[in-house]
Design a binder for this molecule. Structure first.
Ligand SMILES: Nc1nc2c(ncn2[C@@H]2O[C@H](COP(=O)(O)OP(=O)(O)OP(=O)(O)O)[C@@H](O)[C@H]2O)c(=O)[nH]1
Ligand SMILES: [Mg+2]
Length: 309
């Protein structure tokens, strides 16, 4: 479990607690935002769209308010059963939320279709407050270029607040976000211990670290056809912990690509992953992984269930 170190929070007086779902198109910066708010790497980030496939919770407790942020997969029109399940996570996250954070990549603004229908459908009938974060403003040639977007979205009357941000570059962003989102949190008891940052088991973080390195190291369809499952995770009292992972692909050709000539490519990826896992767990580990072919796993409910979708 990930914990924070500061114990200065006080729960004296009335407390507020609630959920904020972070939604948006793939690649908009949802996971970057979550990590920036929580101040640690909970969700994996890559330049490729469709990086996040499940829900990732990040818990932020400041003073008398606890906000549980939910990072979600980017909204798309599903082509695979896996993607339908991913969209299911977006649905349940919105259902659970007290407030919706819609994150929008300003560099992708298109006057003819500012919000694509598949995304609009997720919140058009929602009565919950929606906060629009106009992200990646650091990429604009002139910071004033964001003004027409603010005007456009303001006139749509869909959003309680419209806030230009840079999830990647802005230091202290979490303060601004927490200040805003706190206003939309209902009164109530904290859901989680004040020191807790996330609820995902370590196995999840370990598999995501490997998947991130696969996303970063391969191109075309390979990262999208790949899943990582942790088969064994043994914490030992003495010595290294033992982790056995399965890397699942859809075709034999993809298996060859993942492994690389003489196994060199996979070895490199496992080496990088192992270091990052050790840093994350704060413990030395022995990491081994085998590549398996599972035809069309992205469309097979049984397989998907076994991978936690
Ligand atoms: N320049 C710039 N890049 C950003 C910003 N926020 C995110 N990015 C980059 O955008 C890319 C996608 O970021 P993610 O956080 O993975 O986006 P996401 O919305 O979680 O994407 P999916 O999980 O695929 O839906 C990464 O390369 C980030 O570094 C920003 O404010 N400025
Ligand atoms: Mg993401």
């Amino acid at each position: 479990m990930l914990m924070q170190n500061n114990n200065e929070n006080t729960t004296a007086g009335k407390t507020k607690a609630g959920y904020a779902a972070i939604i948006g198109k793939p690649n908009a910066g949802k996971s970057t935002l979550l990590n920036s708010i929580i101040g640690t790497k909970l969700s994996i980030i890559t330049p490729k769209p469709q990086t996040t496939r499940k829900r990732v919770l990040g818990i932020c407790t400041e003073g008398n308010t606890q906000i549980v942020f939910i990072d979600t997969p980017g909204v798309l029109n599903p082509k695979y059963e896996m993607q339908s399940n991913m969209m299911g996570y977006v649905h349940t996250s919105i259902e659970e939320a007290d407030c919706i954070i819609l994150i929008y990549d300003v560099t992708k603004f298109n006057v003819s279709q500012p919000i694509p229908p598949e995304l609009y459908n997720f919140f058009k009938d929602e009565n919950k407050p929606i906060i629009l974060l106009l992200n990646k403003i650091d990429l604009l040639k002139d910071s004033k270029d964001v003004l027409p977007l603010i005007k456009y979205f303001d006139e749509s009357k869909m959003f309680k607040e419209i806030v230009p941000i840079s999830a990647l570059k802005e230091k202290q962003l979490y303060k601004r976000i927490i200040n805003i989102i706190s206003n939309y949190m209902p009164e109530g008891e904290f859901f989680y211990d004040e020191d807790l940052l996330s609820t995902q088991p370590e196995r999840f973080f370990v598999s995501e670290i490997i998947r991130e390195n696969i996303f970063l190291s391969y191109s075309d369809e390979v990262p999208y056809s790949t899943e990582v499952a942790i088969v064994e995770f043994k914490e030992r009292e003495f010595g290294k912990w033992f982790i056995n992972a399965e890397i699942i692909v859809e075709r034999d050709t993809q298996k060859k690509i993942i492994i690389g000539k003489d196994g060199e490519k996979l070895k490199r990826i496992l080496e990088i992953s192992r270091k990052q896992i050790e840093e994350h767990l704060d413990h030395p580990v022995y990491l081994e992984a085998f590549v398996k072919v599972r035809d069309k796993w992205r469309d097979k409910p049984n397989m998907l269930r076994s991978f936690g979708y």
